[in-house]
Ligand binder design. Structure first.
Ligand code: THU
Length: 138
């Protein structure tokens, strides 16, 4: 799907909604994500931290794992927002682990990653731009 056909406003709004659900008592960095399935359904996620740190999960992976557990395996785009205390002042690019999870399910040339600061202020990258030469076995 070309970026001009994406429901960008809805994706940004849903990602911002997830900021309120973020569980980040250790880093206090709140992240929200909304993931657009190929069938048009939107799956959401927030970061969920843990006292042992290692078991923490990023917002993007929460959204992907929720979607896959509901039977969706093909995706068009993801929108990510985040910031300290849930205040979004900068773009929040996905971490390397989340980029690798995207590579498992998404076409690197077409999957769109929307980084938003507000409804009007966002930028879009393909997965290939953010994860060139990705590792894969399939
Ligand atoms: N975080 C995400 O949710 N997504 C990212 O791509 C980067 C980092 C979370 C993990 C942790 O809860 C907090 O942000 C600080 O690293």
């Amino acid at each position: 799907m070309k970026s001009e056909n994406l429901p960008i406003e809805t994706l940004i709004q849903q990602a911002f909604c997830q900021l309120e659900r973020s569980y980040a008592p250790y880093s206090h960095f709140h992240v929200g994500a909304s993931l657009l399935g190929a069938d048009g359904r939107i799956f959401t996620g927030c970061n969920v931290e843990n006292a042992a740190y290692g078991p923490s999960n990023c917002a993007e992976r929460t959204a992907f794992f929720s979607a896959v557990s509901q039977g969706q395996r093909e995706f068009t785009a993801i929108c990510i927002v985040g910031g300290p205390g849930g205040t979004v002042e900068d773009y929040c690019p996905p971490c390397g682990v989340c980029r690798q999870v995207m590579a498992e399910f998404c076409d690197p040339d077409t999957f769109q990653i929307i980084l938003a600061k507000s409804r009007e202020d966002y930028c879009i990258f393909t997965l290939k731009e953010l994860l060139p030469m990705s590792f894969g076995l399939l």
